[in-house]
Design a protein around this ligand. Structure first.
Ligand code: NAI
Length: 483
């Protein structure tokens, strides 16, 4: 294979230390990569770039299609967004793939019990609460919009099934909370069930996410591939990292159709920066995912086997391993792996040079943003509006103020507080905050809705509203608890 150029951002804190260690291992294994070093992270924020990256860095990543990055610090406060999240979202790396495996020399409750762990979490990487769309609706109430889209769900779910098919996984599990969030997680689950039909050879099932948390801790060997929405996937990934010895052993790949980002999952570890105490394993394993993605499968197997052999010999950094053996520093750890290139692990199955799923093809210049829309099969019809009102009045008083403003076709259906119905019926024991939802039905156009809101807003503050629409025979809105 000829040399492939990738963009490399060493990152902040321990980033440069672990990146240098990993690139030394790559060079020793004769990996044919050319590195284009770019500036991203704290030093760039400090120079006044609010995105945390220079224009040259952006051009480099968009041109090469691959970013290998160390951890980066997000400045606290000041409205600055995390560069890590921004990069994943801007470049549409919709699937976050994380692999959690038992490693020799890394003692955990499960390794001591002889239970091997090999779980891949595929987390949706763009949507959900990570849209970061938040508002203070009243002085007392903040809201966050959790966007789940059909095309966004389909991308990540299809990725999980394609990965399972090409890499020989037998089972894909969808974890969700569709019993509570019937529309958002319901859409994710429905998309999963539709796509699963295209992969009949793969056993597919679903599980409520809290049940998943319990079962991962009790019987992790039952899971192979788990696909989840963004925040739930984030939490479950860290839980899985704990099962295999911590974040230091958890690699991460953010895969998109055009650009992919490979990074360690831990942060910049400011407490140990500059002391050469950092463990480079997470970044190295992420780098191996990158090598397989690009097609350097032999080199990836060579390095992973050397890593496993090295761990079996008891070589370790200060954060893990046998306390009776002196720890190595970051560079000594990397040098031990380099010395062991060509060796096979003795106590665990060696890694074979098999092709990965995600074969990288470079995308040439893109000039516009892709619109993803699925065909519409049902009729959409406006039937009403939910609007939110800031008020500390009792719900019955609110109803008295609202009802005279309604046209004859319009009807006040219910008022809820924090999702629980408090009018026309409810319990005196339901505690309320100054943020009511008012549901009106019997209106069929946006023009009518805005006229109504305009009339009501003379008396009340309406921070937001949602139009109620039917999609065929299905309501595109949820009922209040108690309705
Ligand atoms: P952290 O992961 O940096 O540190 C947590 C603890 O783990 C510390 O005790 C640290 O010494 C230890 N640790 C982390 N990586 C290690 C390694 N490779 N070897 C040995 N020990 C290691 O998390 P923290 O302190 O919450 O975040 C610090 C900074 O990192 C923040 O600015 C945060 O925004 C950023 N961060 C960046 C991420 C990324 O670039 N993907 C991810 C998470 C945090």
């Amino acid at each position: 294979m000829s040399n492939i150029k990738i963009s490399v951002a060493k990152g902040d804190g321990i980033g440069p230390e672990i990146m240098d260690a990993v690139l030394n291992i790559f060079n020793a294994a004769n990996v044919k990569l050319d590195y284009e070093y770019i500036d991203m992270g704290k030093s760039i924020y400090d120079k006044g770039f609010s995105t945390g990256m220079t224009d040259e860095a952006k051009v480099s990543v968009e041109g090469n299609g691959i970013l290998f990055k160390g951890p980066m610090e997000t400045p606290k406060g000041g409205g600055v967004k995390s560069i890590n999240v921004t990069a994943r979202k801007t470049w549409s790396t919709y699937a976050n793939r994380r692999h959690f495996q038992s490693l020799p020399g890394v003692d955990t409750v499960f390794s001591k019990a002889g239970i091997p762990i090999d779980i891949t979490i595929v987390r949706e990487n763009i949507e959900g609460t990570y849209g970061g769309i938040e508002h203070m609706n009243t002085h007392d109430v903040a809201i966050c919009r959790r966007i789940i889209s059909r095309p966004g769900s389909a991308q990540v779910i299809r990725f999980a099934f394609e990965m399972a098919r090409k890499e020989g996984f037998k089972k894909v599990t969808c974890a969700h909370k569709a019993n509570i969030m019937k529309l958002t997680d319901g859409l994710f689950l429905e998309t999963f069930q539709e796509i699963a039909k295209e992969y009949p050879e793969i056993n597919s099932n679903d599980i409520i996410v809290d049940d998943l948390a319990m079962k991962l801790v009790a019987r992790p060997q039952e899971f192979q591939v788990v696909v989840l929405t963004n925040l739930q996937g984030d939490i479950m990934s860290d839980l899985c990292a704990g099962l295999v010895g911590g974040l230091g052993f958890a690699p991460s790949a953010n895969i998109g159709d055009n650009i992919s980002i490979f990074e360690a999952v831990h942060g910049t570890a400011p407490d140990i920066t500059g002391k050469l105490l950092a463990n480079p394993t997470s970044l190295l394993l992420s780098g191996l995912m990158m090598l397989r993605y690009i097609g350097f499968v032999k080199e990836a197997a060579l390095i992973e086997n050397a890593l496993r052999y090295t761990l079996e010999q008891g070589v370790h950094t200060a954060d893990f391993g046998d306390r009776a053996l002196a720890p190595s520093n970051t560079n000594e750890f990397a040098e031990a792996i380099i010395k062991n290139l060509g060796k096979q692990p003795e106590f665990s199955k060696p890694r074979e040079a098999v092709d990965g799923v995600e074969l990288f093809t470079k995308t040439e210049n893109k000039h516009y943003q892709k619109m993803m829309v699925t065909p519409l099969h049902t009729e959409q019809k406006i039937v009403g509006v939910d609007f939110f009102v800031e008020s500390d009045l009792p719900a019955s008083e609110m109803a008295k103020l609202i009802e005279p403003k309604l046209a004859s076709s319009q009807k006040l259906i219910m008022i809820s507080n924090r999702g629980t119905m408090v009018w026309p019926t409810g319990s005196a024991f339901t505690e309320c905050v100054d943020h009511y939802r008012v549901r009106i039905e019997g209106t069929s156009s946006q023009v009518e809705i805005f006229a109504l809101l305009s009339a009501i807003s003379a008396d009340m503050y309406i921070p937001s509203h949602e139009v109620l629409r039917m999609y065929g025979s299905k309501p595109g809105y949820s009922l209040a608890q108690g309705q």
